[in-house]
Design a protein around this ligand. Structure first.
Ligand code: CA
Length: 329
């Protein structure tokens, strides 16, 4: 009760002092940005020098109705002074296609804000998309942060593609399933207010360890130079790179995603978040690679169902924004 009273008094004081202000965050696509929601900016804790762009992973979206992919993250960053944009790319496609879609949104956001650079935080395949953009327009990117990023691919995609490669039946099934999945994600995409083509097989292929290696030869900035090591924080292209991720496939029995990540983790030798190996998550400064989180928890899904005994994902993003701020980014 004392803490609540303290918070209320502090809030009242801030309002009285005129330091709190209404702020909005934006949902973007290649066709533009629109207001996603608003919050009262109580503090400047997450007020980075450059705007923050959150960009989703495979099968992701910026928002469907009131549900944002980075669940509760943009409102919290906004409430702490952040200037935040949720990007939307094809749910399913290669990081070359998705990366171009993200680049287009970065340039729109630069135009909207007048900022010279942006910070990008990408989850899962979003980390590869972000690295693509940093590779193409490095002078416009202050930092790239990988959260559960598939930087070196994942054996889960290898296993799926191998299954799809089984002659006749496997490839027929894969083609049929891909068509259904493409259609479903087209619907989600339309429901979220955007319209991109979807390409399941290109997305899965992108995340194989072989394709990731090809991609990494082109976009090597920030990658570890030793097996499972760290990259330099500031790469030679002038972009700062960071990463974090989890290694607990099962964290909350109420979350249906846990029943996906637990079996998928069996396809991965060693520690993983259920979808991405621990070492594949490494990029730039490895802030932490063993949070008690699975691949969904890393973006506070589903609907905030995460490990109740571990650090809140929302807090981790907020603290990282503060880190970027303190680094002058
Ligand atoms: Ca979860």
């Amino acid at each position: 009760m004392k803490a609540i009273l303290h918070t209320l008094l502090l809030a009242g004081g801030l309002v009285a002092a005129g330091t709190a202000s209404a702020a909005t965050y934006q949902l973007c696509s290649t066709s533009g940005c629109r207001t996603g929601g608003s919050a009262i900016a109580w503090t400047s804790y997450a007020k980075t020098k450059y705007p923050i762009i959150l960009t989703h992973g495979i099968m992701g979206f910026s928002s469907v109705g009131p549900v944002e992919y980075f669940y509760g993250i943009a409102p919290d960053l906004t409430a702490n002074g952040g200037n935040v944009f949720d990007a939307q790319v094809s749910s399913l496609d290669s990081s070359y296609v998705r990366g171009e879609q993200l680049r287009s949104q970065v340039q729109q956001i630069l135009a909207i804000t007048g900022a010279p650079k942006v910070n990008i935080i990408g989850h899962s395949q979003g980390a590869m998309d972000s690295r693509y953009v940093a590779g193409v327009i490095p002078t416009k990117i202050a930092s790239v942060t990988s959260v559960g990023g598939v930087n070196a691919g994942t054996p889960v995609a290898d296993a799926v593609m191998k299954a799809a490669g089984i002659p006749v039946i496997g490839s027929t099934v894969a083609a049929a399933s891909a068509a259904v999945v493409n259609a479903v994600f087209k619907l989600i995409d339309v429901a979220s207010g955007h319209e991109y083509d979807q390409n399941t097989m290109a997305a899965l292929n992108q995340l194989t360890t072989a394709s990731a290696a090809t991609f990494n030869a082109q976009f090597s900035a920030g990658l570890p130079t030793t097996a499972c090591g760290q990259g330099v924080q500031k790469a030679s292209n002038g972009v700062s790179y960071f990463s974090w991720g989890g290694t607990s496939p099962l964290t909350n029995v109420l979350d249906p995603l846990d029943y996906l990540f637990t079996p998928s983790s069996f396809a991965i030798p060693g520690a993983s978040d259920g979808m991405v190996p621990q070492c594949s998550q490494h990029l730039g400064t490895v802030l932490r690679d063993n949070y008690a989180q699975n691949h969904g928890d890393e973006v506070n899904q589903v609907l905030g169902l995460v490990n109740v005994f571990a650090a809140s994902p929302v807090t981790i993003y907020r603290d990282h924004a503060n880190r970027l701020k303190n680094l002058g980014l």
